[in-house]
Design a protein around this ligand. Structure first.
Ligand code: PMP
Length: 364
């Protein structure tokens, strides 16, 4: 007998690499290439640091109230956490407790099965169709809950609200979570469906469209009853999840809607331009409504392109998994970053097969 026999053994989620060196073109974790709203830096400069002696507000009221106002819901319908990962993890723990398997797509955010394993929640995956779309009929089977991202990750594919509503109609007796981490880049939020479905939970994040991945802010909106249950579990794990700067600066970011719209608009414009350029280079991809493109090349294996890019300090994401091993998930950066990526890919594709193709240098 060893102490190790008593250890909870899990296979953790693997996050995208955060490079230690400078000058990397970082297109691997779907961060925003633009700074947070200008008011955030101004407010940070005026922070009363003495307040750090005290615990933060366990209800994160300043942030919750700002979000409630912005999304036209009651503050009792809003729950905030340390990134949407924290919110999702709490939601798994709270709502997926029925014993029956929860359902999610076979190609999706790879944290879902990790939480399911961690909390001992049985799960079943439903295969996306050839175009990476959800088949709503798959979710018409006995289950203990449903979760899917919309747009999906890592494909970028957006499902119409009709699909979300179909799934909700077929699953009135369990909680349905829509993970909207990427909804601000041209998707449509399921929030209006909250009026009809009190079993819907919509999860969003400040990490992508609000340029605040470093402060770790996520939130969800649902019926008052659901948020009550979520708070009971949260207050049974850790009362003070969101730190004070995140609460105050997050609320400030929500107030600057014009900046938010201009940043997301820029990303969408860059994404649409890059789609055209990637096609010219022989890449194909499902149409993305997120801040990334999930691209496969007609002739060159994704793993090789990934390595060549990495050797030239351009980081993208690649998974060696069934159905997606020949695709690269490329985050949309600034126009300049994307031009450097496209410039490298243009030379790499043209030189592929010729000796030394992978040693082409970006920026030369
Ligand atoms: N959901 C999806 C679909 C994501 O891709 C991510 C980002 N890895 C998250 C949730 C979590 O993001 P965060 O914790 O930064 O809010």
């Amino acid at each position: 007998m060893s102490w190790e026999d008593n250890v909870r053994k899990v296979t953790p989620y693997v996050a995208g690499e955060q490079p230690k060196k400078e000058n990397v073109i970082k297109l691997n974790t779907n961060e925003c290439p633009y700074p947070p709203a200008p008011g955030v830096a101004k407010l940070a400069a005026r922070m009363e640091w003495d307040r750090l002696r005290l615990y933060p507000d366990p209800d994160a009221s300043v942030l919750v109230n700002a979000l409630a106002k912005y999304y036209h819901v009651s503050p009792k319908q809003v729950f905030a956490g340390v990134g949407s990962d924290d919110v999702l993890s709490m939601a798994f723990l709270t709502f997926f407790h029925g014993g029956k398997p929860i359902l999610f797509p076979d190609i999706t955010y790879s944290f879902y099965d990790v939480w399911a394993e961690l909390y001992g929640i049985p799960y079943k995956t439903c295969a996306l169709d050839q175009e990476f779309h959800i088949r709503p009929g798959d979710y018409r089977q006995p289950n203990g809950g449903v979760i899917f991202p919309n747009p999906n990750a890592p494909t970028g594919v957006f499902e119409s609200l009709d699909v979300a509503e179909q799934i909700l109609m077929d699953n009135r007796d369990v909680v349905v979570i829509v993970d909207e981490a990427y909804v601000d880049f041209g998707g449509e939020s399921a929030l209006p469906l909250l009026k009809k479905y009190d079993n819907l939970l919509v999860v969003q994040t400040f990490s992508k469209s609000r340029s605040m991945a470093g402060l770790r802010i996520g939130f969800c909106i649902g019926s008052e009853k659901m948020i009550g249950y979520l708070n009971d579990v949260k207050f049974s794990v850790n009362s003070y999840t969101l730190n004070l700067p995140s609460q105050i600066l997050g609320a400030e970011a929500v107030r600057d809607d014009a900046y938010f719209k201009s940043v997301t608009g820029r990303i969408v414009a860059t994404r649409e331009r890059v789609k055209g350029e990637l096609k010219k280079l022989g890449f194909s991809f499902p149409d993305s409504r997120a801040n990334f493109i999930f691209a496969a090349h007609e002739a060159i294996p994704a793993g090789q392109i990934f390595q060549a890019l990495r050797e030239n300090d351009i980081y993208v994401r690649h998974w060696d998994r069934p159905r997606i091993s020949n695709s690269l998930r490329i985050t949309i950066g600034t126009d300049e970053q994307m031009d450097r990526l496209l410039d490298f890919l243009g030379r790499y594709v043209a030189g592929y097969g010729k000796c030394g193709a992978s040693r082409i240098h970006a920026g030369t």
